[in-house]
Design a protein around this ligand. Structure first.
Ligand SMILES: Cc1ncc(COP(=O)(O)O)c(C=O)c1O
Length: 361
């Protein structure tokens, strides 16, 4: 095997090595079945066992109440941007969006195709470097949508937003799902692409209150109705079987490491190491407002584009990959999801310290 390097990619992102090894071990034969995991029929006993176990683990780890359905869909978080308003937002109704970044913008843009939208808050005035404190809702929103972690701008909600009576809360949790405990009961819909904390791209986890599943539009194509996916255990069509298998292994890995509370502790410690260094650095500066800092995506700059580029290129040569910031923010971004090792964060800080010393002589 060639040497693995530290992968700070924002997604698809690093997966636990034990998960990768076990996924590899099941490619030729899932357990003793003699058929590889990717070759099993999704209707067969062996895969159904994987599916049921994955759903059970997902429920157990997330503390998902019985009145919620767990769906494993396709089309990424991006399809949920449209599928949610398509199912729930009527032309005369309004959905409220908390605008905290590029992904919230995309979600809101899709909703405008189906009904009205209202921006309940926005941090665009500061290039989305904070989570607004104050929110002003429209008189009777159908739902309120927020993005719990802003992958590009490195900000994260510290508390679940309160919503007006009668509205249900929707969260795009793509980049912090299962990185900390989540209060499922406060949400109507939780959705996330798998490719950061849960597995490979191609699976979208949707956790949804059952009354909403029933309330969804009946006039849409079958693949766009939550009801049909729920009735068919997410197997109305062929599900992404390999992705689900890897997700199963990731859930087991999270469980063996103490579950979501332990993940939160581990992620807080990793992020603290980086932010502590950034706070005292004379070269690098964190870009997110202190009270809004993400534990998943740590964004920082030197304030000089040439120095940023020199840093990224030196870091890449030294085996720290994926540190270039998103083009809309520039600078650097270290994505340190659940599976990112503590040793990688310590090594990066050490490298930054050396780079700083050399640059500031
Ligand atoms: C917060 C957030 N929402 C949505 C998306 C889009 O996800 P997908 O590519 O699965 O559609 C991403 C991708 O990085 C994201 O970080």
């Amino acid at each position: 095997m060639s040497k693995r390097i530290y992968n700070f990619s924002a997604g698809p992102a690093v997966l636990p090595e034990s998960v990768l090894a076990e996924a590899g071990a099941n490619l030729l034969s899932l357990g003793e079945t003699g058929i590889g995991i990717m070759e099993h029929s999704h209707r067969g006993k062996a895969f159904l066992k994987v599916y049921e176990e994955t759903e059970a683990l997902c429920r157990e780890l997330g503390g998902i109440p019985a009145d919620y359905d767990v769906l494993f869909l396709q089309g990424g978080a991006s399809l949920q941007f449209s599928m949610i308003p398509m199912n729930y937002l009527k032309p005369a109704e309004t959905a409220d969006y908390l605008m905290t970044g590029a992904w919230s913008e995309k979600a809101e843009e899709e909703a405008r195709r189906y009904g009205k939208t209202h921006l309940a808050c926005s941090s665009k005035d500061q290039n989305y470097n904070y989570i607004p404190d104050a929110v002003t809702y429209s008189p009777r929103p159908t739902y309120v949508h927020y993005t719990s972690n802003n992958t590009i701008f490195g900000t994260q909600f510290k508390a679940t937003p309160q919503v007006p009576a009668g509205a249900f809360l929707v969260v795009d949790a793509s980049s912090d799902i299962y990185s900390r405990p989540i209060d499922v009961a406060k949400h109507g819909i939780i959705y996330a692409g798998a490719q950061k904390n849960l597995g490979p791209s191609g699976v979208t986890l949707v956790i949804m209150r059952k009354d909403l599943v029933e309330r969804g539009s009946k006039d849409l194509p079958a693949m766009l109705q939550y009801r049909i996916h729920a009735k068919n255990q997410s197997m109305y069509n062929t599900p992404p079987t390999f992705g689900l298998f890897v997700m199963n292994l990731v859930f087991k890995w999270i469980k063996s490491h103490g579950g979501l509370a332990a993940m939160a502790t581990h992620n807080e410690a990793k992020a603290k190491t980086l932010y502590d260094y950034l706070d005292q650095s004379k070269l690098f500066k964190p870009t997110a407002r202190r009270d809004s800092r993400s534990l998943m995506n740590v964004t920082f700059v030197t304030g000089n584009e040439e120095t940023d580029n020199a840093f990224v290129s030196a870091a890449t040569k030294a085996g720290f990959d994926g540190l270039k910031g998103h083009r809309s923010v520039g600078g650097m971004r270290a994505s340190i999801y659940n599976a990112f090792p503590v040793a990688g964060v310590t090594a990066l800080v050490e490298f930054m310290r050396e780079f700083e010393a050399k640059t500031l002589v």
